[in-house]
Design a binder for this molecule. Structure first.
Ligand code: DGJ
Length: 738
């Protein structure tokens, strides 16, 4: 619902309210964002103005009205507000002073998409567009707000229009700005590196600026384009939290600034560092969408709003709202060393175990025997695959398995046919060294002809072979950023144009091949962001397949992203990234909470283990709708991890419980479940419980080992590395018998 009375906009649904007021200077002021409050015709009493002696005043002698102090909706630079602004424009005389004032607004049902950018969509949504204008420089900015009726979230974006006759330089165009009334918050971010993505960092916010960002050309493994501000006492289940997520895969900034009056300004959008856009007369520039979630139900409440929005109103295509095929990927099984015969051998055993999709990873094209060659040459390597991709796909299909294929569309190796014919396609700066990353260069996707070239090359394979899945990889970041197709004055448009090029290729491919399931990947999870989910409804979460490290990664990732989007595989031990040995049971118990698949050669496991794999696959087939489409709640992290998924009808719940290190003589372990129906009677391991018991008293977990393995009663009873030692897990299934 969106209402306008007395110069005030109230955007609300049953859960949240967002209130904006047209201020005395015709700029927009921010009155409130939080739990829903009753509508009334006038909210002026919520406006807090504060007199300060030295603050610059908009009106002479009116010390109450200073932009330095007011909470604003889309603040500008240079007229009294010294905090970082939401936008900054330089006009033709070199000045960056602007004065955007309210001109008009529209309230309507539905929402439109943003040309060239990923964006949310749906029927149950209302839109407010407020147009602001600076007549002196011919600038119009339309602030867009969208509210879905069943999600505690406001979606924001901003569209810049040049309505004058001079070029305007956009130095900064944030998607959202929010001024909160105090600074008693902790900032939660998802940070890491290759193979340890999206670990949770929490810090108390302090006076001044604290921020995360990327300037790598991709959202990155180092920082995810997301921050949350939570009250210090907010837990997973209770308390206030604001979440901010950017639907964008390129350079971003998410910044929190606490000013002298303890007001907290949160801005999120394209990173202004190395960004500048020349907005020509009659042209528009659209900043990406930001999602602002408010929850008073703790971090899980915030996460579920993100999950529901991304599952229902961002992901598209055939797999939206559907569980995903159980796949096997040959990367960790073979790396580059495979033949058609060895691939078919892996596929055959995988089929016998119940797997649904075989994915051929890196190494199938050009003369790719290692990572120094052939990226860009997207035609089959006949030495390895004499029958081509078509022939292999037919043989895989004959086994009654679907077939999927790996690409890395944005890259080229110097040793390649593509590089020989088009060295100019590579991103590089004139007369400068070109840095290598994994022996490869990045193609200049800001150029349409480069994107079209790669599209056509990929289609040669996709048009002929029966391919139902693509893993789109991206294994290095951009250096020496520059495009030969851009004028000198436009070079700082490069990074944004690059990601628009990536999106355009995704759009072309998903339109032409609507039945293909895309999984995005960037050396694992270095571009796991909402922008990608619009095109690829799942992402390879991390190159780290170790069950223990995956607990940290998947727990952190679930802060924002639904588990149906998290690529998670069972791999061989000792684990290839950390050399750790965990049981096959624990590896599957962790991988179940994601898309689920295998990444090893099942011919190399023992017959007993193969039987166990079959059972795991059967278990997952039985429950994958519940796991992937149900409501996911995090319960605990630390030495003990647990999480639970509950089916929408609450009749089935699956709890994953994990222990990292065993402790001597440990205390009792009991865990309070959430999300169940308090009146349902649930059965688990032949015991029955009412929902209210499981949620209030809790589930008493199996006792851990306590004693001495050398004592007569325990000698020879427990095998190291099984249920009574380090690295153990349990899955509990609760079925309601009503
Ligand atoms: C990085 C990916 O994350 C891996 O899964 C694998 O596809 C390799 N690239 C292949 O080069």
């Amino acid at each position: 619902m969106i209402l306008f009375n007395n110069g005030t906009f109230h955007i609300y649904n049953n859960d949240i309210s967002y209130i904006i007021k047209i201020l005395r200077n015709n700029h927009l002021g921010q009155l409130y964002f939080g739990k829903a409050i009753k509508h009334r015709d006038n909210f002026d009493h919520l406006l807090v103005e504060k007199a300060t002696v030295l603050a610059p005043c908009v009106f002479q002698g009116d010390l109450d009205f200073s932009l330095e102090i007011l909470k604003q909706e889309y603040p500008c630079y240079g007229t009294g507000d010294y905090r970082d602004p939401a936008y900054q424009i330089t006009s033709d005389n070199g000045s960056s002073i602007t004065d955007l004032v309210y001109k008009s607004h529209v309230i309507r049902q539905g929402k439109s998409s943003i040309e060239g950018l990923p964006s949310t969509y749906g029927d149950n949504v209302e839109t407010l567009e407020i147009t602001l204008r600076d007549d002196l420089i011919g600038l119009e900015v339309t602030l867009k707000y969208h509210i879905f009726d069943n999600i505690s979230s406001i979606i924001r974006s901003a569209e810049f229009s040049n309505i004058g006759d001079k070029v305007l330089k956009i130095n900064r165009a944030m998607s959202s700005c929010l001024d909160l009334y105090d600074s008693n918050f902790e900032m939660l971010t998802l940070d890491g590196a290759w193979a340890r993505e999206r670990h949770i960092t929490t810090r108390k916010i302090k006076s001044g600026i604290q921020a995360i960002s990327s300037s790598r050309g991709a959202s990155s493994a180092m920082h995810n384009p997301f921050i949350a501000l939570k009250r210090p006492n907010t837990t997973e289940h209770v308390g206030d939290v604001y979440g901010f997520s950017l639907i964008y895969s390129g350079n971003f900034l998410a910044q929190v600034e606490v000013d002298a009056f303890d007001v907290t300004r949160v801005i999120i959008g394209i990173n202004p560092f190395e960004f500048n856009w020349s907005l020509q007369p009659n042209k528009k520039f659209h900043a990406p969408e930001a999602v602002l979630v408010y929850s008073d139900k703790g971090l899980n409440g915030m996460s579920q709003n993100f999950h529901n929005l991304f599952k229902n109103n961002l992901m598209r295509g055939k797999y939206k709202g559907k569980s995903r095929p159980i796949l096997i990927n040959n990367w960790e099984a073979t790396y580059f060393d495979f033949t058609e015969e060895s691939i078919l051998k892996i596929a055959k055993t995988a089929k016998q175990a119940g797997i649904e999709l075989f994915v051929l990873d890196d190494g199938w094209f050009g003369k790719r025997d290692n990572d120094s060659t052939s990226l860009g040459d997207w035609s089959v390597y006949l030495k390895k695959l004499p029958n081509g991709i078509k022939g292999l796909a037919e043989k895989i299909n004959a086994l009654k398995l679907d077939f999927g294929l790996w690409f890395e569309p944005e890259m080229v190796n110097e040793i390649s046919e593509l590089y020989k014919t088009h060295p100019d396609y590579v991103i590089s700066t004139p007369n400068r060294n070109r840095s290598y990353g994994r022996n490869q260069y990045v193609l200049d996707f800001s150029r349409t002809e480069v994107v079209n070239y790669i599209f056509n090359k990929m289609c040669e394979t996709l048009d002929t072979a029966n391919i139902s899945y693509i893993k789109w990889d991206m294994n290095r970041n951009i250096t020496e950023a520059y495009s030969y197709s851009l004028a000198e004055t436009q070079q700082k448009e490069f990074f944004h144009r690059y990601i628009l090029g990536v999106y355009s290729l995704y759009e072309k491919l998903t339109n032409k091949f609507p039945n293909i399931l895309f999984e995005s990947c960037a050396s694992g999870g270095a571009r796991f962001d909402p922008g990608m989910l619009y095109y690829a409804p799942q992402a390879w979460t991390s190159d780290d397949t170790d069950a223990i490290e995956r607990l940290h990664i998947q727990y952190g990732t679930s802060m924002v992203y639904p588990i149906v989007s998290m690529g998670s595989h069972v791999a061989a031990v000792p684990n290839h990234q950390v050399n750790r040995v965990t049981s096959l049971k624990m590896r599957a118990d962790v991988a179940y909470f994601g898309t689920f698949g295998y990444e090893l050669d099942l011919n190399k496991v023992s017959p007993e283990e193969l039987e166990q794999v079959k059972k795991q696959i059967n278990f997952f087939k039985k429950y994958k709708e519940v796991i992937q489409l149900g409501d996911f709640y995090r319960l605990q992290n630390g030495n003990y991890y647990s999480w639970i998924v509950v089916s929408p009808d609450k009749k089935t719940a699956i709890l994953g419980y994990y222990k990292i290190l065993a402790a001597p003589n440990p205390s009792f372990k009991k865990i309070n479940l959430v999300g169940l129906n308090e009146n349902f009677k649930y059965t688990c391991n032949n015991k029955t419980y009412y929902g209210d018991e499981l949620m209030n008293f809790g589930l008493v977990l199996e006792t851990e080992f306590t004693g001495s393995l050398q004592s007569d009663s325990f000698k020879g009873k427990y095998t190291p590395g099984t249920d009574k030692g380090d690295f153990t897990s349990q899955i509990y299934v609760f079925e309601a018998n009503i």
